[in-house]
Ligand binder design. Structure first.
Ligand code: APR
Length: 248
């Protein structure tokens, strides 16, 4: 049977469907992935610009060399058909929680109701002294690093390399993974832990794993029950339309 139709059937008949997303779902929104051709980590060294140690050592350098460009890119990004496909599945009552590794906030902007953010959200900046949060949109970048009224330096409310995933996000994701019937894994290279373990937990608990990616990953031939090869926008739009056709 056609893998997309088989996937749509699994979604249509499941009690609990969740999704795990990575950078690939936002590529069609103009945000480059972290790995592979044209990727972010090809241009800059994450250990030099995205590690908490580098930020603490020289916040001005990290703001100038990485964060200002990131903010500019995220300010312009809008949800694409991939994000909207997941919203369509949720509106059909066929998708619950989305676990995302992305910090772009595009799932929420698209209208997804329950998003677990493994790596935080760039939409907020936190003062390193008083812990106060401000929206990134209002940040004054005329002098770098940006500072709070209290004099403290602002950092994105995201998880840098070298920092822990929030324990609550991890615990909830593990619990959802072990109790879902279907997991849709979209646009992740599945090489960064602990996110890469989430589909493995689901599979070991009996879930049907649907993977959407233009390229095979370490999951594709071992963990994924169906590999839908292609870009998230087209595949998720078609998948949601096919599910709709099966349930109405
Ligand atoms: N649609 C779907 N998937 C795509 C698309 C697309 N249009 N374009 C690229 N991809 C796929 C790539 O083939 C790749 O498998 O998206 C994946 C992106 O992989 P990564 O860049 O490694 O992103 P991700 O898996 O989210 O990275 C995990 O690594 O550096 C850290 O903190 C960063 O959250 C990130 C984590």
């Amino acid at each position: 049977m056609d893998p997309l139709l088989r996937s749509a059937e699994a979604i249509a008949s499941a009690h609990s469907v969740i999704a795990l997303t990575g950078a690939g779902i936002s590529v069609e929104s103009g945000i480059p992935p972290f790995r592979g051709a044209g990727s972010l980590w090809e241009k800059i060294d994450p250990m030099e610009f995205a590690h908490i140690g580098s930020f603490l050592k020289n916040p001005e350098k990290v703001w100038k060399g990485f964060l200002v460009g990131m903010k500019d890119m995220l300010d312009k990004a809008r949800p694409n058909d991939g994000h909207m496909g997941l919203v369509a599945l949720e509106n059909l009552g066929r998708l619950g929680t989305i676990i995302t590794q992305n910090i772009d906030g595009l799932h929420q902007l698209a209208g997804s109701g329950d998003v677990i953010e493994f790596h935080g959200n760039f939409a907020w900046q936190r003062c390193m002294d008083c812990d106060g949060l401000v929206p990134s949109s209002g940040l004054d970048l005329s002098s770098l690093p940006p500072r709070c009224a209290c004099g403290g330096i602002y950092r994105p409310d995201c998880v840098f390399f070298g920092e822990m995933i929030p324990e609550e996000s991890l615990a909830r994701s593990r619990s959802l993974a072990s109790s879902c019937d279907v997991m849709i894994v979209v646009g992740t290279s599945a090489v960064v832990q602990p996110a890469a373990m989430i589909p493995v937990i689901a599979k070991n608990s009996g879930a049907f794993i649907i993977e959407v990616n233009p390229e095979p990953t370490p999951l594709s031939h071992s963990i994924s029950d169906r590999f839908l090869q292609g870009k998230a926008g087209h595949v998720l739009k078609t998948l949601a339309e096919t599910v709709k056709g099966l349930i109405v």
